[in-house]
Ligand binder design. Structure first.
Ligand SMILES: Nc1ncnc2c1ncn2[C@@H]1O[C@H](COP(=O)(O)OP(=O)(O)OP(=O)(O)O)[C@@H](O)[C@H]1O
Length: 257
């Protein structure tokens, strides 16, 4: 892959792995949120991806769908927010669809329940005025789709200069340059074009890749789901090999019926 730069100049080397949430230095209320949500052990991408996020490094998360990237960047953001400050939004997550933005919002709220995080989804198809009203009451995090977020920026209901953490989910679909402070990029695929554009606005990011065994597990899961030759037991057994996403198994179960 030719990025026009040497890889070592582009990425910050990072290889720390944390086998449990307790060892990641997360604040107590965030840990309570994570465990209450039902997560017991971090998935492979979380074992490597949460901590660099919490340190404020720019991060590229690259792992297949369903491997726990959303929980990774949500935890990273939740750890760093200044909860005493709600008058300006501190973190922005951009997602390509309303459904995904709503999903991330719910997830962020659930993990940040004990931190009393205020999260709002700015998505098209809802009242612009209501969005403005909610933002004026103060939120810590906005999760939104590009059009509505742009509208909020234009109306100055959202101020880009106050945003300290920015995450672009499904980066291959929606990368655009321009924001400063911490930048996270999360995607199942990372094309040369995405990397080249990332280079322009990321500061020597660490790159966290999904582990091969996790990808294989994901492949097996999708095979079983496609063939409908599965049940919760089968999937739980598969996941027990690495014990990452038991809850995800249940989510999969619901969404395919
Ligand atoms: N450590 C964990 N333990 C148990 N379940 C988990 C864990 N991390 C994530 N999950 C669950 O796995 C499922 C997939 O996680 P998540 O949405 O974070 O994956 P993703 O990689 O962001 O997927 P996508 O790329 O499709 O957005 C969710 O149902 C989530 O609740």
């Amino acid at each position: 892959m030719n990025l026009g730069v040497h890889r070592q100049d582009f990425f910050t080397p990072y290889d720390e792995v944390f086998d449990c949430f307790d060892s990641m230095g997360l604040q107590e209320h965030l840990l309570r949120g994570i465990y209450s949500y039902g997560f017991e052990k971090p998935s492979a991408i979380q074992r490597r991806g949460i901590v660099p996020f919490t340190k404020g490094l720019d991060v590229i998360l690259q792992a297949q769908s369903g491997t726990g990237k959303t929980a990774t960047f949500c935890s990273g953001i939740l750890q760093q927010l200044d909860y005493g400050m709600v008058d300006q939004c501190q973190a922005l997550v951009l997602a390509p669809t309303r459904e995904l933005a709503q999903k991330i919002k719910k997830f962020m709220r659930a993990l940040g329940d004990y931190l009393c995080v205020e999260v709002h989804a700015c998505v098209s198809g809802t009242s612009v005025r209501e969005d403005q009203r909610i933002l004026s009451t103060g939120v810590h995090v906005v999760v939104g789709t590009p059009g509505r977020v742009l509208e909020m920026l234009r109306r100055q209901a959202l101020r880009a200069d106050c945003i300290k953490h920015f995450v672009l989910d499904i980066a291959d679909e929606m990368l655009s340059p321009g924001l400063k402070h911490q930048v996270g990029v999360s995607s199942a695929t990372m094309t040369p074009e995405v990397l080249e554009i990332s280079r322009k606005f990321m500061n020597k990011p660490v790159r966290i890749l999904g582990k091969r065994d996790e990808l294989i597990l994901e492949g097996i899961k999708q095979f079983y789901v496609k063939k409908k030759k599965w049940n919760l037991e089968t999937l739980s057994d598969l996941y027990d090999m690495d014990k990452p996403v038991r809850r995800g198994v249940y989510a999969y179960d619901k969404s395919t019926h």
